[in-house]
Every structure is written in structure tokens, then in C-alpha cells.
Design a protein around this ligand. Structure first.
Ligand code: BES
Ligand code: MN
Ligand code: MN
Length: 465
């Protein structure tokens, strides 16, 4: 079906222009000052679904931001693909580190993206990847029609924990009925090494507050005599890892799924250049749990990281002060069989127990979610694999990723279908960082590969009936 690639080639500038319009809307879900832009982004996504042929679209209200729904049902006997994505983006801060403004997309060439990459917040995560699916529908509609039914569910709260999507999914299982869920919100190994994400980590996220004296104190008059909350907090955090870089919370590893030797041997074959990895990050050495490779550390093993820490005086010059309070935000990436609520509880118990009498400690849980693993035997993976063979000329490698899309585990539980994670971003695309970008090659390759997935999935599904 070379007509797909011809059509994409002939329309690529328009596809990019349309994506740019969506990217220009600063849909930052974490910051309520951007609420109007969130609504505008939802409407823009809805319009794009209408434009490519969805016969029914709606903005489904939630107590937060709306979920965009769209569908085209052509025949109840044919399978249904449900596409999930998100139109919200991470805050762009720190703004000063962007080479061009985050919401003014610009294409620039890079060594990894010789054809050019779109630089903007959301270019890869997830507007660019989500929009590939919208354009893939157009490609199918204009080149022989859809081979099966299609539904879209595009949310606006992924970056803040998908709290309202959970209620929406539970309340709409009939409407969302499908045979496979298709998501492009992850990455692949390299532009010439296609891969499909077969695992995501879960997440437990907490904020901790350590309180000492009832006010900031003169560090000369009181220093040495009362507990300094920042000293205490950093000491407590330092004990959370041991000399093997394992997490010390009792019970933390109890349910961790042990990955078989065969699977670890398979992982060891995944092309991974440690030197390039270090060079790209300007680090002299990698760091992590003893006994595991870098790829293993960031996918099949759980972690604990401080994401932010503050308190006391951080302004210009020196102010001699013992702060009243110190704070930190801590995330734990989890692997299959660890339960995020249980881990949050274990963390809370342990962290409280570490506090000396001179301070009080408060732990506030934020959003969390469970991990996901998919085994590459099912028809879903096979269909995706065949699609990549057509467009990349080689089969994709199954790779477990380190990031989290907590809603995926919930999809499987409530909608009883499998998810295929066809990500086209690269780890080096700087998602969540300044200068986020998405390769033009990747964007167009995604638009080309997705229609092949629909055709192969429909054929394999029909053959299995
Ligand atoms: N798209 C990412 C997740 C991702 C990226 C998974 C690359 C695998 C590879 C998603 O938007 C994200 O950022 N998720 C958050 C979790 C969420 C609860 C805020 C994450 O992983 O930090
Ligand atoms: Mn994402
Ligand atoms: Mn994200």
C-alpha cells in the first residue's frame, strides 16, 4: 500500500501546519492560569477528529478538563480500535533554557534528527504523537477507507494523574468497548531500530514536610541547640538507599516481579551504547542498583528519587537562619506486582519512623498508578510488528520502558482489552525538559505505520474468529 506513503508525502506540510496550530495552544494542565487554553485545545482536537471523518464527536465534561471523544463505526462485525492520547502538556519551566519559545514550534536539524525536529512543548509528549493517529485516520479515509471501527479518547489530565479519566472509563465501559487500545505516548530505541513498548512502570508520589521550631530562627542564637528541619530531612532522605543503591524501606521489594534469566538475556541483546548515553548527558559514570544493567535499572527495577527539595533561605546573598520547615517531593517508580497504594503506605510508615523527636513529619500522597507488562505473543503485538516491517523494513524489538502511563493498567482491568504502545519518540527528545522536540521523520513514520496496524489487526482478528 504505497498509496499511504504517497499521500503522506504530498500532504506533509499541511500535516505539520495543523500540528503546529495545536502545539501553539499552551495547554498546561498543572497550572490553572491556563484553563482557557485547555478548553481551546480540547475544541481543536475535537475539530480535527471531525475533519478527518469521525461521524460522532463530543467533549465529555469532567470535574477537571474535558475528555475528547470521537468515533466512526463502520460495521459492528469488524473489530474496534480505541486510540488514547493526551492534549495536555507539562509546564515549560525553566523558560530561560529554551532556545526558542516553547509554544512557538520551529523545525531545526539535530545530529539525531538530520531531517529536522519540531521543537516545542508537547511536540513529542503527546500532541505530536497523538496527532499522528488523527492524521492516520485521514490517510485511511482518503486511501480506501477504514478497515475497521475506530474510537478516540483524548484526555487533558494525563500529566496531572488522570484522576477524572478513571471515573469516566468506569462509567462508560459500553461506549468505550473495543478490541484493542492503541497508544503513542512512549518511545522507540532509535530511528533505525524500531521497538514497541511492552512494559511501563507504576508510580507512587509523595510530598513530605518536616517541621522544627515554630518560626525561622537566628542560626547563631539557636544553631546547635534545636533540630534544623533541612539537616534532618536530608539525613532522612540519605538513609533511603543503602550502599548497593537499593531502597531501604522495609517490604519495598517484597512483591517485585522477578524477571527470568531468559528475559534478562533477551534484554542484554537490545542495542544500547553506554558511552553515547553518558556523553549525551555529560556524566562520567552511570549510577544505580548493584547487579543490574542500565537498561534493567530503568525498566524492570523499582526506584526512589527526590524530585524537588526546598526550604529556608535561597535568595541572593546570605541570611543566617534555621528554617522552621523543609519540604521534598519524592517519586517511586514501581514494577509489576508492587501496588502503588501499598508502597505509599510503606513509605509513610518508614519515613515517619525515621524522624527524631525534635521535628514533626507530614507525608501527603499525590497521584499514583500501577505498572503494565504485555507479552509479545498476542495478535495485538503481531499486528503491530507486521506494520513496522512494512514501514521500517524490520521487526520491532519488544522493550520495557521506565515511564508511567497509569491509566493503561486501569484500561485492561475495566475494558478487558490489551494495549499496544506504539511510541515513536526517542529518549533524547527531551520530553518534560526544555527544548522538547519530535523528529519530523518520526511524526511521518508514525502516520504511515499506524494505518498498516489497522489493516493487519483487522485481518488477524478476522482470521481468529
Ligand atoms: N508519555 C509519558 C510517559 C512515558 C514517556 C512512558 C516515555 C514511557 C516512555 C507521560 O506523559 C508521562 O509523563 N507520565 C508521567 C506519569 C504521570 C502520572 C504524571 C511520568 O511517567 O512521569
Ligand atoms: Mn505522555
Ligand atoms: Mn508526560
Amino acid at each position: 500500500m504505497s498509496s499511504f506513503s504517497d499521500y503522506i508525502h504530498n500532504n506533509k506540510n499541511r500535516f505539520l501546519d495543523e500540528l503546529f496550530s495545536l502545539i501553539r495552544i499552551p495547554s498546561i494542565s498543572a497550572d490553572s492560569a491556563f484553563a482557557q487554553h485547555m478548553e481551546a485545545a480540547a475544541e481543536a482536537v475535537q475539530k480535527s477528529l471531525r475533519d478527518v471523518g469521525c461521524t460522532h464527536t463530543e467533549l465529555c465534561p469532567t470535574v477537571g478538563y474535558p475528555i475528547v471523544y470521537g468515533e466512526k463505526m463502520i460495521n459492528p462485525k469488524l473489530p474496534t480500535v480505541l486510540v488514547y492520547g493526551h492534549y495536555d502538556v507539562q509546564p515549560p519551566d525553566p523558560l530561560a533554557l529554551w532556545e526558542t519559545p516553547p509554544f512557538e514550534p520551529e523545525i531545526r536539524k539535530t545530529p539525531t534528527h538530520p531531517v529536522g525536529a519540531i521543537f516545542a512543548r508537547g511536540a513529542c509528549d503527546d500532541k505530536g504523537q497523538m496527532f499522528m493517529h488523527v492524521k492516520a485516520m485521514e490517510v485511511m479515509e482518503q486511501n480506501g477507507g477504514l478497515p475497521c471501527n475506530i474510537k478516540f479518547m483524548i484526555e487533558g489530565e494525563e500529566e496531572v494523574g488522570s484522576d477524572n479519566l478513571e471515573d469516566f472509563v468506569r462509567a462508560n465501559t459500553k461506549k468505550l468497548e473495543n478490541d484493542v487500545i492503541l497508544i503513542s505516548d512512549t518511545g522507540m530505541l532509535a530511528n533505525d531500530i524500531p521497538s514497541i513498548t511492552t512494559g511501563l512502570r507504576g508510580l507512587s508520589y509523595v510530598e513530605v514536610e518536616v517541621t522544627g521550631p515554630n518560626r525561622d530562627l537566628h542560626s547563631g542564637l539557636y544553631g546547635g541547640a534545636v533540630a534544623n528541619p533541612i539537616n534532618i530531612l536530608t539525613q532522612m532522605i540519605a538513609t533511603l538507599h543503602d550502599e548497593k543503591n537499593q531502597v531501604t524501606i522495609p517490604g519495598f521489594y517484597d512483591n517485585v516481579e522477578l524477571v527470568s534469566k531468559t528475559e534478562r538475556d533477551e534484554m542484554a541483546k537490545i542495542p544500547f551504547a553506554l558511552d553515547e548515553y553518558k556523553k549525551a548527558l555529560d556524566i562520567k559514570a552511570v549510577h544505580g542498583e548493584d547487579g543490574y544493567s542500565t537498561l534493567e535499572r530503568k525498566s524492570i527495577r523499582p526506584t526512589l528519587d527526590v524530585n524537588g527539595i526546598w526550604g529556608g533561605y535561597t535568595g541572593e546573598g546570605a541570611k543566617t537562619v534555621i528554617p522552621s520547615k523543609a519540604f521534598a517531593k519524592i517519586s517511586m517508580r514501581l514494577v509489576p506486582n508492587q501496588n502503588s497504594d501499598d508502597i505509599t503506605e510503606l513509605f509513610t510508615q518508614h519515613f515517619m519512623s525515621l524522624a527524631p523527636k525534635g521535628v514533626t513529619v507530614k507525608v501527603t500522597p499525590h497521584h499514583g498508578g500501577e505498572g503494565y507488562v504485555m507479552h509479545p505473543e498476542g495478535v495485538e503485538f503481531q499486528a503491530a510488528s507486521k506494520a513496522y516491517v512494512e514501514t521500517f523494513g524490520k521487526a520491532p524489538l519488544p522493550v520495557r520502558d521506565g515511564g508511567s502511563i497509569p491509566i493503561v493498567a486501569l484500561f485492561e482491568e475495566t475494558l478487558k482489552s490489551k494495549t499496544v504502545l506504539m511510541g515513536f519518540g526517542l529518549d533524547s527528545d527531551a520530553i518534560h525538559s526544555p527544548n522538547e522536540h519530535f523528529g519530523v521523520f518520526n511524526f511521518l513514520k508514525g502516520i504511515e505505520t499506524i494505518p498498516h496496524f489497522y489493516h493487519h489487526f483487522t485481518a488477524l482478528y478476522q482470521a481468529s474468529q
